[in-house]
Design a protein around this ligand. Structure first.
Ligand SMILES: O=P(O)(O)OC[C@H]1O[C@H](OP(=O)(O)OP(=O)(O)O)[C@H](O)[C@@H]1O
Ligand SMILES: O=C(O)c1cc(=O)[nH]c(=O)[nH]1
Length: 199
């Protein structure tokens, strides 16, 4: 049997890839202690998924696990691109792009980056990458607490004329995010629940 720590993410059975990524998130991303969150709320733990999405072993597993989620939920094949609000969403999107190119069972996915503010020079684009206008996309995020960040991305995508098939996050941190995203009319999917991280 392949060693999940050294085998290419693509060659692992999905259950092994999912469990290995869960262990990496638990061991490398969970930080206990007082923290101020993006929303301004305070908490006693943080899940720093940038330590996962930019990690040599974990990043390919992120792509594999998130692509599998989109396939199981019937979104791939079907969508054409993934992306979200910079910075947390960026490596999530590119990991899925690479996993989809390696998977080869459907058309490869593009990625995009939603800027937090419009760029004032150059082409002044809010959404970078291949154009999303008229394309079916999934808005991704590393983690979601209030849902505010991913909804900001959704608003920019709608303004740009994209068709949002769903929102997908690696770690679902709070029911508030699901409620907010669903109230805005979007499907909400998560690869892991915070309860799986043994905090
Ligand atoms: O659901 P929310 O309440 O919006 O919180 C979640 C957001 O917080 C973090 O990003 P952060 O705002 O710290 O910015 P960064 O991605 O630029 O690091 C995380 O990457 C999510 O985007
Ligand atoms: O709400 C947030 O800002 C937040 C929570 C968390 O666990 N991780 C993170 O990156 N952001």
């Amino acid at each position: 049997m392949a060693d999940p720590r050294t085998a290419p993410a693509q060659s692992l059975p999905i259950e092994d890839a999912r469990e290995r990524l869960r262990v990496l998130i638990r061991d490398l991303a969970v930080v206990r202690g007082h923290v101020v969150l993006s929303s301004g709320a305070e908490a006693d733990h943080y899940v720093d998924l940038r330590r996962i999405t930019l990690h040599h072993e974990a990043a390919p597993l992120v792509g594999r696990v998130m692509l599998d989620l989109l396939q199981r939920e019937g979104l791939v094949p079907g969508i054409e691109a993934v992306g979200g609000l910079t910075l947390g969403a960026d490596p999530v999107a590119t990991s899925i792009l690479h996993a989809s190119a390696a998977d080869g069972t459907s058309d490869p996915l593009d990625a995009f980056v939603v800027r937090k503010a419009n760029k004032a020079h150059g082409l002044q684009r809010r959404i970078e990458g291949p154009d999303v206008t008229g394309r079916r996309v999934v808005a991704v995020e590393d983690t979601s607490t209030t849902g505010g960040s991913v909804l900001t991305a959704c608003e920019a995508l709608t303004e740009a004329g994209a068709d949002i098939a769903a929102v997908a996050v690696i770690v679902h941190r709070s029911e508030a995010s699901r409620e907010t995203v669903e109230a805005a009319g979007h499907r909400y999917l998560a690869a892991y629940d915070i309860s799986e991280l043994e905090i």
